[in-house]
Design a binder for this molecule. Structure first.
Ligand code: SAM
Length: 209
């Protein structure tokens, strides 16, 4: 299976119709978390099963992975989880999706693709315009979590988010995970691999002020 798709390709100009939160979830009033680049959604399945007082939404650009996640979801009894296929940058920059941003408690970018070559930096999911769009539309007090094992990518992402005047860095040691979208510190697939291989993990939390 292809590991990367080019998010700038015309294939991703269009995306599926984004339905209302009431149609996505059994109880649309629950706290809402968005995971960008959720792959097969295993992390979100694990979260949704345990934290039934949260709703979880995943966006993933690889269609086959989203199809698999949707089939698994249909076969389960989970009602606080939903997946959308497409380029997160396009979907969340569209006016029709603003209600998602307006209702979020938190967003995670877990181990996004590094796109190492300089000429491919524009393919990175974190771009200053995109972060600006997110930071304008999310509520005050909403959190953005970033995590990666690539130090260079971390520096780039941290610079991009820190430069945004709507966001403030939160000291991890002062952060109360027990009230967050991931109270049990469940790990993503990539995170498990990174930990097993004893690579470093670089992470940061930002809050909308
Ligand atoms: C390295 S994988 C990490 C998967 C998962 N978050 C984890 O931690 O195990 C990065 C994922 O982000 C997805 N992705 C990359 N750019 C994206 C974009 N613009 N919109 C949505 N998903 C994207 C990739 O297809 C891939 O599944």
């Amino acid at each position: 299976m292809r590991q990367h798709v080019n998010p700038l390709s015309n294939n991703f100009d269009k995306f599926e119709k984004i339905i209302s939160l009431k149609e996505m979830f059994n109880d649309s009033e629950l706290n809402l978390h968005l995971d960008i680049g959720c792959a097969t959604g295993e992390f979100l399945f694990n979260l949704a099963l345990v934290n039934t007082n949260w709703n979880y939404l995943g966006i993933e650009i690889r269609e086959r992975l989203v199809k698999t996640a949707k089939v698994k979801l249909r076969e389960s009894k989970i009602e606080n989880l939903y997946f959308v296929f497409g380029n997160a940058n396009k979907i969340l920059s569209d006016v029709q999706s603003q209600f998602i941003l307006n209702n979020l408690k938190s967003i995670s970018f877990n181990f996004p693709d590094p796109w190492f070559k300089k000429r491919h930096y524009k393919r990175r999911v974190i771009q200053s315009d995109f972060i600006n769009t997110l930071s304008i539309s999310i509520k005050k007090g909403a959190f953005i979590f970033i995590k990666t094992d690539v130090e260079e990518l971390f520096k780039y992402m941290d610079f991009t988010l820190s430069s945004n005047l709507n966001l403030k860095k939160i000291d991890k040691n002062d952060f109360n995970y027990s009230t967050s979208f991931n109270p049990n510190r469940i790990q993503t697939n990539r995170e498990k691999y990174v930990i097993n291989n004893e690579f470093d993990i670089f992470e940061m939390i930002y809050m909308k002020i």
